[in-house]
Design a protein around this ligand. Sequence first.
Ligand SMILES: Nc1ncnc2c1ncn2[C@@H]1O[C@H](COP(=O)(O)OP(=O)(O)OP(=O)(O)O)[C@@H](O)[C@H]1O
Ligand SMILES: [Mg+2]
Length: 249
Amino acid sequence: MLDLRTVRKHFGRLAAVAGVSLRVEAGEIVGLIGPNGSGKSTLLSTIAGAYCPDDGEILLDGQPIGGLAPDQIFARGLARSYQDPSLFFRMSALDNALLPARNQRGERARQALWRGRWWGQERANTAEAAAILHDLKLEARAQAPAADLSGGQMKLLEIGRTLMGEPRLLLLDEPTAGVAPGLAYTIFEEIERMRRLHRLTFLIVEHRLEILFDFVDRLYVMHLGQVIADGKPAEIEKNALVREVYFGE
Ligand SMILES: Nc1ncnc2c1ncn2[C@@H]1O[C@H](COP(=O)(O)OP(=O)(O)OP(=O)(O)O)[C@@H](O)[C@H]1O
Ligand SMILES: [Mg+2]
């Protein structure tokens, strides 16, 4: 589903992503780990179109997407969440969840004038967003400003919100960063449930390896902008180079 071939992204003289090749097959949960500053977030932003790659190829379903605008990549079924929750903090949790819904008639100037043309769709979308909040146990917070949610609830809302855009591939940047341990496990159970229910595919950056290793099919390890290892959790745990750069052994 996702195929990266020697992708590069430089910031001035810093090669944040220095020739990364990786693949994610449909239906997989793939982990992406590595020490601070190894280029994980930059790689996700480059895949999602926030940055234009300086070199290399990014293929989604075999089609090149490198250099397309974020909305064009989103339209092809790729959605992402951010390391620091990127919500509209003064809007309610429910309104945040409603934003990614596709083809909203009320967003078109001519249709917006006639309530009858978008009312039914708006109601259906609202019901769907409310169901997502219910599944995430956020329904009691639906009308609260997103700013009033706990850190863990913000992370959940951000992940749940992507579902409204009917994505096929999700890039998640540290879904449990700053979340209490109990809720962190719940977030990954939710990810696993979303994969089953909606047939989703995931590429997940995460520092909490003890949780991540329980849920991923495979992992890639980055260091200084490059992939230094990949394999199943048990293989990565044993890899001497990974232990050296990541665990400081
Ligand atoms: N917008 C930017 N401008 C300049 N340098 C950047 C920018 N974004 C990231 N960097 C640098 O690129 C390198 C990779 O950063 P990145 O955020 O991708 O790492 P990361 O693996 O996500 O780290 P962490 O685990 O701490 O989130 C770092 O040296 C960082 O300082
Ligand atoms: Mg990061």
